[in-house]
Design a protein around this ligand. Sequence first.
Ligand SMILES: Nc1ncnc2c1ncn2[C@@H]1O[C@H](COP(=O)(O)OP(=O)(O)O)[C@@H](O)[C@H]1O
Ligand SMILES: [Mg+2]
Length: 333
Amino acid sequence: MQTPAVQLIGVSKRVGRKTIVDRLSFDIRPGEVFGFLGPNGAGKTTTIRMMVGLIAMSEGDVLFGGISVKDDFRAAIAQVGAIVENPEMYKSLTGYQNLRQYARMAGDVTKARIDEVVRQVDLAGRIHDKVRTYSLGMRQRLGLAQALLHKPKALILDEPTNGLDPAGIRDIRLLLRRLAAEDGIAVVVSSHLLAEMELMCDRFAIIQEGRLKAIHATRGGDGDGDETASGAGRQLPQGTALLLRVEPLEAAQACLAAEFPAIAVRELEGGELRVEAGHDKAPAIVSALAGRELRIFKVQPVAKSLEDTFIELTEEGGDRDAHRFASVRQAVR
Ligand SMILES: Nc1ncnc2c1ncn2[C@@H]1O[C@H](COP(=O)(O)OP(=O)(O)O)[C@@H](O)[C@H]1O
Ligand SMILES: [Mg+2]
């Protein structure tokens, strides 16, 4: 099997008594865009800061191309390009001058390489303009160029589309997908937006309160069992639900609550009921309702959306603090 580009092995961060990141373990493959998805405060930035050595891990290890940051930090981190905080840039210099400056520090970067990354991030037309005239999206792409100069095998970006307009977000998304597909770079991005992760990533890890809740494959993941092998989370289950229209509504709710206490039932706008049960439960539900002489107008099985599943996952364990997930919900509406 191909060596994973990035491996997290039981990565944890404790500050005082608080566990901010709790034993995260998963592998990221060369050529995939991999996301960290979680609400604000989930521990995404802390994880990324540990991965790139900005802060120490309390426990665990991170391997890049099979090399442990604990055994050989220099060799491991040499394979990584990252944007964690705002990239350092001299606004009174041109984009090109910034890259040249950075190349001198990185050493071993040719002029041809600078030109190559400028083309890759689509800045050729503006690279000799001063950075202060750049849009936020252009600055972000210049930061990417900087991170790419030394030909990293893994690129790690904390919330790379934060603050960008829709066109800027699409540019970054296409660029990252291209870098993964064409250059085989493992691209790691974080976001609190489900819709964005679905569009951008091949797979993403759902992280909540520092813990891995699930790994979801968006692009027909090959299901080769990597995750279980490295002890990571389960695949995201995508179940089904039933939509019912039954009259009278209150009597139907009472009947379902009495006969199927374990099944969640929600009233939707327009007086329909959404029953969180699989298709196989439909006959039992219908006969229970019919047995009470309720009038059944509709029974429709529906696939649960990823959003439904995501919200259920991040709310399980009694945390139903709705406002914390408001951003996720808004993003997909
Ligand atoms: N140095 C620190 N000391 C104490 N708590 C911290 C520190 N850094 C981050 N936290 C807390 O850890 C949690 C995770 O933060 P963070 O990694 O920034 O989350 P995210 O990037 O997913 O929004 C938050 O509750 C945050 O307040
Ligand atoms: Mg963050």
